[in-house]
Design a protein around this ligand. Sequence first.
Ligand code: PXG
Length: 300
Amino acid sequence: MRAGRQQLFFEPMKKIYIDGVFYPEAEAKISVFDHGLLYGDGIFEGIRFYNGRVFRLEDHIDRLYDSARAINLEIPLTKEEMTQAHLESCRQNGLRDGYVRTVVTRGVGDLGLNPANCRKPTIIIIASGIKLYPEELYHNGLTMVTCATRRVAPAAFSPAVKSLNYLNNILAKIESSQAGEGLMLNEQGYVAECTGDNIFIFKKGKLLTPPVSAGGLGGITRNVVLELAGELGVPASETMLTRYDLYTADESFLTGTAAEIIPVVELDKRPIGNGKPGPLTAKFIARYRELTQASGTPIY
Ligand code: PXG
């Protein structure tokens, strides 16, 4: 058995931002009438900071506000104020490397689901240390199985919204618990993404990933990888993919803020390529790491 993907474990937290105030962890509490809890009515972001700089902060803030717009939620901070709140959260915790979880809920309401009864959104920013995925995963790759649970259909609810409703992904995660990751297809059977990451393949030197319209999240890491392809002179395109394309790929990898770039070496018991992480994937991992260390919004 190859190594599966390990659970992330976040270090003890210190100061947590709730609606403009920093609280010690033990006092960082929200109401049981918050609709984020009662209905999963809200949105979130997961952001990394490296070496004293927040990676792609502007992209994450933009996606947060797009998610808010899509669910008709007005965030009571300007993007600039939200950006400053993120940087201050890192400073308050004295961190240079770590992870930020930003949550904006519909706010406190009553027991009915009508959001009209929620007076103002709740904003939570948790800046934390991060325990990295084991380094061996980046060298050995992870195994994957296809989940029977399909990615939620855009006609029901857009998977491009990073919402607090993650049960679709969580059920797929449970299903794929015997493997390292779970591949999620859309209703038509085309590849959408993984339970918490986007997916790429290399075929004959070309880099391919499903378009967001296939039913995945518009991942920030995914966008960075597409930019890197341009920089590295690797032809890349967004195209509908089936499991056949993955079974017959030369290489494959996943992208996500937490995972960064992780090679995939097996899908549904079929080795991908020669069953080992490939050279093109290694090149992208190396370049991505350089970028995370050397770019981003300065915290201090
Ligand atoms: N698809 C989904 C469904 C996600 O939740 C990504 C793709 C990658 O997007 P970014 O922007 O991070 O490149 C995500 C990322 C986890 C975890 O524990 C992952 C995510 C959110 C929360 C936890 O792996 N999202």
